[in-house]
Ligand binder design. Structure first.
Ligand code: PEP
Ligand code: MG
Length: 828
């Protein structure tokens, strides 16, 4: 028997009509209704998913006739058809008859076994009797009724000229514009496929390509206004400024890319060839729980979505600053996906009907949405499935309490990401990561530093990498030249693989060379240390020939956790390092979080400029318990090794005194409790804030040593964000202004009889080694793989020669001139 579906804006009207029909046909006709929407505060409306569910509940091979009230009821019914299988679609008929009369006539015809065509015909003739009876009394319609007043649909036809079609960014702008008309129903039609214009998910999965014509249909109070706005947007190519692909990356590109290459900033040396693994584009395993309270799960999900949206706003702001609004628009598309009405309805329905947990319902819908993208014809648009998964993952992370879900690699791969923050990088398994390629970031961003420490080749600042390097594609990477091969041919693969082998052999040779001490030809010894982040880095540091640890970045113990490590947990880690290092010196830097290293348990209000905000020692002094706990753990562990203590980001004498006072108090407590610690442990500071250089004479009178942090010193002196690829030329430690600051710091330190080292990335650049030795640095600390090359340069150098090199370099007036001069020195 033919089934009947009633679609109305009002749930009451739909169920009242159902009641009336059941009375007439004695419940013999398969009948279902889809009335209203599931929003208790605003229940009037129609929902395509409800219509779909109603159709499926009465569907049989005899067919289904759908009757609708008006406006968006028609559009929801048309959308619902899209969700049915092609066989079902053929047997479902949308009936233009008036709802009440049509439904009654249709039900009667169905109850006597009429075919779908007969039911349709009967319904359409339903007004005849009424007209006949009272026809003469019908009022004439008013002469000039605007289409939208009459609830009619107005249309606009557009041809899309954008080279990549209505891809994520233009689609996001289109959907944002449509959402500015909340009471107007707007749909987009491409061929026979219809999408809700307010749903990014539906618009993007229409698969609109360059040259395609689409029809936009609107109904409701401001239908014409909405169409005018969408037409203006379309005339502006949906906000895509250039119709040609954007030119290649900005930033300090060492080598221009050939046609088959992408260029970025060299961040960690080495060569890799392997499949691309899109970071974040993988969803974690989620356990499905049943018997959950739908309202409570919905609330949890909404909180997670809202937190994910806040996070995206921060990404958008950062991206706009670093790469421009055009690049940031992709994340606006992500944000729209979080607010997509269809996607949210679909999740909510699952929560209600299956009573499962928010994670499971969200995951199901995200996977289905990604599948819809994967089914598109256009390769670029298919690749947008990764965006859906990224958004999906962001929400799952929030549902898990803010901790990132595991990124699991099943085979050795090159990790491709828009950005990797330090905790993301620290969690990568070095055994499976062949290389790293990111769109954002500079050579001294913390993720680049970690990549170097782990010996993983990396290229950062590669514009468009995430879109150009799809999941699974075989790609090549050269971290020394900053080049990527998105589609290497066989000869290139052979060549890159050969270079990788040679690089691995050279690594081996370097480790042997690294064991020799760093003594100049005329006998000056320079201490060479490694920068490490935890006990796991110690064996690598020793293998490459580190004589000590010049910088232990303790914050890496704090990054991947919901709560700070306890005193005992920290003590265990510091003690392990002390024992592994034996007699060798370890400079333990106190917590340097904030900046690009936020942690979930310090609830900082979002800062506009986190690098200029509550970071390093400033944060520790503002959170005395956190600081005191760390100091106690370090002091206790100092009994087991040869430690020095160092405070980061000190800019004022008072800051040092305040931090030192905390140490004094903890020492007193330990003494009183009889807990052993190294009472002679020296205390120094990082010199990385320009104000510290300006008052270096005063600071040198109070501290035991300086260690120059050129990464931050450079970014603050040059006013150039160290993670911003666009200002990488400025954030260069060879800038004359930075070299003068280093010179000044060394002079003040030596004048006051204290030693001065360097643990910024400049210390590990062998090109700069003669200059640094000549400037008089007593110690250089770097990522372990850089140690052998730096030692080799020192061994080939005479002290007096180094001094002359430093004098000459200080006279030069640009970073380029300094680099060129050091290149000449190297060439001999
Ligand atoms: C520096 O700023 O140079 C430094 C070594 O510290 P970090 O890179 O951890 O900020
Ligand atoms: Mg620093």
């Amino acid at each position: 028997m033919v089934g009947i579906v009633l679609v109305s804006h009002s749930a009451t009207l739909a169920s009242g009509l159902e009641e009336l029909i059941n009375q007439m046909v004695q419940g013999q006709v398969p009948l279902a209704s889809a009335g209203g929407i599931d929003d208790p505060e605003n229940p009037i409306g129609t929902d395509a998913f409800k219509v779909q569910a109603a159709i499926e509940s009465v569907y049989s091979d005899d067919g289904v006739v759908v009757l609708m009230d008006l406006g968006s009821a028609l559009l929801s019914a048309e959308t619902a058809l899209e969700f049915l299988s092609p066989e079902q679609q053929e047997k479902v008929y949308l009936c233009p008859a008036p709802l009440v009369e049509g439904a009654l006539a249709a039900a009667v015809q169905a109850s006597v076994g009429g075919s779908a065509e007969q039911v349709m015909a009967e319904a359409q003739g339903a007004l005849a009797a009424k007209i006949e009876q009272i026809g003469g009394a019908l009022p004439e319609p008013p002469a000039a009724v605007s289409p939208q007043q009459a609830g009619e649909i107005v249309e606009l036809t557009l041809t899309v000229e954008n080279p990549l079609g209505l891809h994520a960014r233009p689609a996001a702008r289109f959907v944002s514009a449509a959402n500015r008309y909340p009471s107007t129903d707007i749909r987009v039609l491409k061929g026979d496929r219809l999408a809700n214009a307010k749903s990014i998910n539906q618009v993007a999965t229409l698969g609109v390509r360059q040259g395609d014509t689409i029809t936009v249909r609107a109904s409701g109070p401001d239908a014409e206004g909405a169409l005018a706005a969408l037409k203006t947007l379309a005339d502006d190519n949906f906000g895509d400024r250039e119709l040609e692909p954007a030119p290649a990356a900005v930033g300090r590109i060492v080598q221009a890319a050939a046609d088959n290459q992408l260029a970025g900033i060299p961040a960690s040396p080495g060569v890799a060839v392997g499949p691309a693994a899109q970071f974040r584009a993988r969803l974690p395993q989620v356990e499905t729980l049943t018997g959950c309270d739908p309202a409570a799960e919905w609330k949890r999900l909404q909180a997670a979505i809202s937190a994910a949206s806040d996070e995206l706003q921060a990404v958008i702001a950062r991206m706009t600053r670093q790469a421009g609004a055009n690049e940031a628009a992709i994340f606006e598309a992500h944000d729209l996906l979080l607010k997509d009405p269809d996607l949210l309805d679909s999740v909510r329905q699952r929560l209600d009907t299956q009573q499962i947990n928010a994670e499971a319902a969200w995951l199901q819908v995200i996977e289905e949405t990604a599948d819809r993208f994967r089914a598109l014809e256009d390769a670029y648009q298919r690749a947008r499935a990764a965006d859906v998964l990224d958004v999906g993952r962001r929400v799952l992370d929030r549902l898990a309490g803010g901790l990132p879900a595991e990124f699991v690699l099943s085979e050795p791969s090159i990790v491709v990401a828009v950005d990797l923050n330090p905790s993301d990088t620290a969690r990568l398994d070095p055994a499976l990561v062949l290389g790293i390629c990111t769109e954002l970031g500079g050579a001294t961003s913390h993720s680049a530093i970690l990549a170097r420490a782990l010996g993983i080749p990396a290229v950062v600042g590669v514009e468009g990498a995430a879109a150009a390097l799809p999941e699974g594609a075989l790609i090549g990477l050269d971290g020394s030249q900053g080049l990527i091969w998105p589609r290497p041919d066989e000869a290139e693969i052979r060549e890159l693989s050969g270079r990788r082998e040679a690089w691995l052999d050279e690594q081996q040779r370097q480790k042997e060379v690294g064991r020799e001490p760093a003594v100049t030809a005329d006998g000056l010894r320079v201490e060479i240390g490694a920068n490490i982040g935890g006990p796991n880095d110690v064996p690598v540091a020793l293998e490459y020939g580190a004589e000590g640890v010049g910088l232990l970045r303790t914050e890496f113990l704090f990054l991947q956790r919901e709560t700070p490590p306890t005193e005992d947990e920290q003590y265990e880690v510091y003690r392990t390092i002390a024992e592994l290092m034996g007699e060798r010196l370890v400079i333990v830097r106190t917590l340097d979080i904030g900046g690009d290293k936020p942690v979930p348990f310090v609830d900082l209000d979002p800062e506009d400029n986190p690098f200029l905000g509550l970071r390093g020692i400033r944060l520790c002094l503002a959170y005395p318990d956190l600081f005191r706990t760390q100091i106690r753990a370090i002091l206790r562990a100092s009994a087991a090794g040869n430690f020095k203590l160092m405070f980061p980001m000190v800019g004022l004498v008072e800051e040092f005194r305040a931090a030192r006072a905390v140490v004094d108090r903890v020492q007193q407590e330990l003494l009183e409790a009889g807990v052993p610690f190294d009472e002679a442990m020296e205390i120094g500071i990082m010199v990385e804030v320009p104000s510290a250089v300006a008052v270096a004479d005063q600071l040198a009178g109070e501290v035991d040593f300086f260690s120059i942090g050129t990464n931050d010193l450079t970014q603050y002196v040059m006013a150039a964000d160290r993670g911003n690829a666009r200002v990488a030329d400025l954030a260069d430690a060879l800038q004359p202004a930075v070299l003068r600051m280093i010179h000044q710091t060394v002079e003040q330190a030596h004048d006051h009889g204290i030693w001065v080292g360097m643990c910024g990335e400049l210390a590990g650049n062998p090109l700069a080694t003669p200059l640094l030795v000549g400037l008089g640095l007593d110690e250089l600390s770097m990522s372990a793989p850089q140690i052998p090359a730096v030692k080799e340069v020192i061994r080939g150098l005479a002290d007096s020669q180094a001094e002359a090199i430093a004098r000459r370099a200080l006279e030069l007036d640009s970073a380029g001139a300094v680099a060129a001069y050091l290149g000449e020195v190297k060439a001999g």
